[in-house]
Design a protein around this ligand. Structure first.
Ligand code: ADE
Length: 375
């Protein structure tokens, strides 16, 4: 991934990105960070790039032309219009979903302002995204640009080692991370929670989820409104359940699974909450056996003759978002049924998506972005 930072203070960027993990990533070629000095594009002999504001008032405003030329210089270099991010306190505050979405880009231009801001007209012509790093005012956009580069780089393949990997982490589910402990087992008469010494991974995961919820409620209750419990329901052959699992794991660390091949489940009422996210995996991909052999079907207790509405007759939503994995007629039928049961279908994911990790990641990210603004 290539970052281009348009700034009046290139050394501020260069000094910071050269160290630690971003420094290592630059050396290994996973990312590049190029600074563009806006002053080099001044239209004046004095090399000034700011002027008094029309209408009066304190401070200076950065002129449009040098900024425009600086953006065009990057555009010329990469041969296409890049995404241009303007760092400003007058924007939505950066969050992890936005970070991941920006990490999908090959090139990212980051524009840093100084003084009282930049002439509005050049922003209108060139900027695609406005980002703030918090509700306070800094002296310029450079620290914001560094924050953005750091956060985005963590999602660029090759930047983090396996140990540092960001597959599971704080904020993925819009929850804060659970508490961590290392040796010694007792320190200042405080013991490590016994469940962590149990070796029982299921119980440990449950405990961590509970602690994450507790901590988020206490410290950042605002995050909870965008936190969903993913429930993956599937029926059909094991390939279908596997697709459900692959997508669920890329959306949430704490997914739950329901096997709707089971008669008992088909007869049980289940009322999902607005903060559940139903992921429904249906058979019907080209690669699946169209007619399962009798043994396979009976081994997983799959009976293809049960109609959709019958299979899910106990299932109810309440403005619950739903994602469908499948194709063709099944999707249309499922979609109409779920809407009648007060689910809201926010995305459909084709089984073809599962052949390619990048497509799958993008699908998971798209689902997470949609849930963010759902309720
Ligand atoms: N420039 C000045 N303040 C800023 C902020 N809070 N976020 C991003 N860029 C800024």
């Amino acid at each position: 991934m290539n970052f281009y930072v348009l700034t009046l203070f290139p050394e501020m960027i260069e000094n910071a990105v050269g160290t630690s993990i971003t420094g290592r990533a630059i050396k290994s070629g996973s990312i590049s960070v190029e600074t563009v000095n806006i002053r080099d594009f001044s239209t004046r002999k004095t090399m000034r790039v700011d002027d008094y504001p029309y209408g009066g008032g304190a401070g200076m405003v950065m002129e449009p032309e040098p900024v425009f030329r600086a953006v065009k210089s990057v555009e010329g270099k990469i041969g296409r219009r890049p995404r241009v991010v303007y760092m400003t306190p007058q924007a939505r505050v950066l969050d992890q979903t936005k970070v991941e979405s920006l990490a999908q880009e090959k090139n990212l231009v980051i524009l840093c302002g100084h003084y009282e801001g930049i002439d509005e007209r050049v922003l209108q012509e060139t900027v695609t995204d406005y980002i703030s790093i918090g509700d306070y005012v800094l002296t310029g956009g450079e620290l914001g640009a560094l924050v953005l580069i750091d956060a985005v780089s963590r999602f660029v393949p090759g930047v983090l080692s396996n140990e540092e990997s960001s597959q599971f982490e704080s904020l993925q589910d819009n929850l804060l991370e659970y508490p961590q402990y290392t040796r010694p087992e007792v320190w200042h008469e405080r013991s490590v929670p016994p469940v962590l010494l149990s070796g029982d991974h299921r119980r440990i995961e449950e405990w961590r989820h509970e602690e994450s919820l507790k901590r988020t409620k206490e410290r950042r209750p605002d995050l909870l409104k965008n936190s969903y419990r993913v429930i993956c329901a599937s029926y059909g052959l094991p390939e279908t359940a596997e697709r459900g699992r692959l997508l669920t794991e890329r959306i949430s660390r704490y997914g739950e699974y329901m096997d709707y091949n089971r008669r008992k489940l088909q007869k049980t009422s289940f009322h999902m909450k607005p903060w559940n996210l139903l992921l429904l995996a249906m058979p019907g991909a080209a690669g699946d056996a169209a007619e399962p052999s009798a043994e396979t079907a009976s081994a997983v207790r799959y009976d293809p003759s049960v109609p959709f509405a019958e299979r899910f007759r106990g299932l109810y939503g309440s403005e619950t978002p739903a994602v469908l994995v499948g194709n063709g007629n099944e999707i249309a039928e499922a979609s109409a049924f779920l809407e009648r049961r007060s689910f809201r279908v926010i995305a459909e994911v084709s089984p073809d998506t599962f052949g390619d990790e990048r497509l799958l990641q993008n699908a998971a990210l798209a689902v997470r972005e949609k849930t963010l603004h759902f309720h």
